[in-house]
Design a protein around this ligand. Sequence first.
Ligand code: 6R9
Length: 633
Amino acid sequence: MDNNFQIKTFEEYQQAYQQSVDNPEAFWESIADTFTWRKKWDKTLEWNFEEPSIKWFQGGKLNITENCLDRHLKTRGNKLAIIWEPNDPKERYIRFTYKEVYERVCQFANVLKKNGVQKGDRVCIYMPMIPELAFAVLACARIGAVHSVIFAGFSASAMADRINDAGAKMILTSDGLNRGSKQIPVKRVVDEALEHCPSVEKVIVVERLGWAVNMVEGRDVWYHDEVKDVSKECPAEEMDAEDMLFILYTSGSTGKPKGVVHTCGGYMVSAQYTFSNVFQYQESDIYWCTADVGWVTGHTYLLYGPLLSGATTLMFEGVPTYPDMGRFWQVVDKFGVTIFYTAPTAIRALMAGDIDDVLSYSLDSLKVLGSVGEPINEEAWHWYHTHVGKERCPLVDTWWQTETGGIMISTLAGVTPMKPAHATLPLPGIQPILVNSDGSEITENEVEGHLCIKFPWPGMIRTTYGDHERARLSYFSTYKNLYFTGDGAKRDKDGLYRIIGRVDDVINVSGHRFGTAEIEEAINHNEHVIESAVVGYPHDVKGQGIYAFVICKDIPEREDWLRAEIIETVVEKIGKIAKPDKIQIVSGLPKTRSGKIMRRILRKIAEGDTSNLGDTSTLLDPDVVDEIKEGAL
Ligand code: 6R9
């Protein structure tokens, strides 16, 4: 059995947890042993959180795609690996067996090689949720190229920043994409980005919509032309356990997104272990994670985790609300989905619809439900558990981050306790602690603190691409010898964790992270803007909404025109997903005498709680607070 590390009872969980704390190396070795290695590692772990330097399974040689594909061919060659459901329910779905995915990945890998990609090169992928996206990711891994997937909703400018930071040689994209009732010209966005990306030599374009697109001679090629005469076999490149597998950009509290780096061996071990245990995956399951591959959840729990486990994973091109609010449930019934993993924002959007949109589907196949990306409020938790899970499916609230590579704190479905709105207990191998602002550990229960992790785990971030110091500053310098998550959490009387949200200047909008500085920088690009300050505020569907306070040079007659202009600038700089929900034009911002914006005050105003703004006497101009309060939206 290749998942004989699956925990079946609460006692087994407790034992595994204890062992993982007493002897973490032995614990992870026994899991790593179940994988296919070209050569076993010499040293299980070497680490320090000062530099930081984290190395797992040093000297080990492997290729993650041999573990995702080749090792299943004998026993699961004809088993379905990927089911692809298109945006439009009238279009036919496509199914791929493990053998077929293996062949498609090898072909794609050969196309990459033919076009000059070599081990270690960075390849950016800007593609919709089509099967070729999955093949492209795995093809990079097969030949040892580092993939950097950029969510296809990002703007040309955001894409260019990521391409340049990674120094990518090649872009993989498509002509266009479907999103609900809309069609979006993806290739045009790539062309615009590439005006500012000197490192890019080649663009490979996959046909999705059949649109005529601009093809730059000598740079752009069609995938369907390139794939014609390539082999369906491609030897996997031998990788070191600590070689880079991928870069994925995420927002931090400063303006520029960070390229989170994951490596081959440790990420692989974490991905399968967590997938198998959290969802209690069984061989016959049909598993569906609704995340886009552009985010970390799509990496670990749509592709790598399920494929490493030999599972059937469903990939959905569309959105939850198209053609109607029953789309998710229709797909669940259509394929007999047994494990369903989505985000609270989707649940809240669907809750707002008619209950019959859920009740008219049987949903009998479902066994396990999952949630990820942001805190799930109790109301959404109960709705999901009752109407989707019919109170018979365990609901796992999985807390983790791009930087952690895989799930850190979660119920193991049906095995460990669950509690509404609580991520509950750490997985074996994960040692979370709560600390006070001075970094001292809080050991008792019924407390709140900053969530840190005190011991390394295989799937953790190794560095931020091209800027190791940034990784140190962002995660390892706040508290000595701890990895700081940026989240605040509570621990209840039974030791169960509840994640409250970010304690840094990061806003979580519909499960997507944005730094306030990143949005401010975008807003400030608008020619009418002098300065801005952005904060998050509670939003019924998105979890957090974006509230911008903006000082403008000249206020035209129509403020709504100015607001639309500012929104347009943000869409251009980052993408539609970062559009401010509210823009308040102000004449000044609450600043301290040293010029720092007092965000605490703005946050309160944005939340609509102006009763107690605390001490404003240190402000440069206390009157501005009254003005902002009066004009609050
Ligand atoms: C996987 C993913 C990470 C941030 C994280 C936290 C929030 C994620 C959560 C959750 C409460 C959960 N978050 N899962 N908060 N409960 N189950 O989402 O990665 O995009 O990097 O976001 O999302 O604030 O720090 P990423």
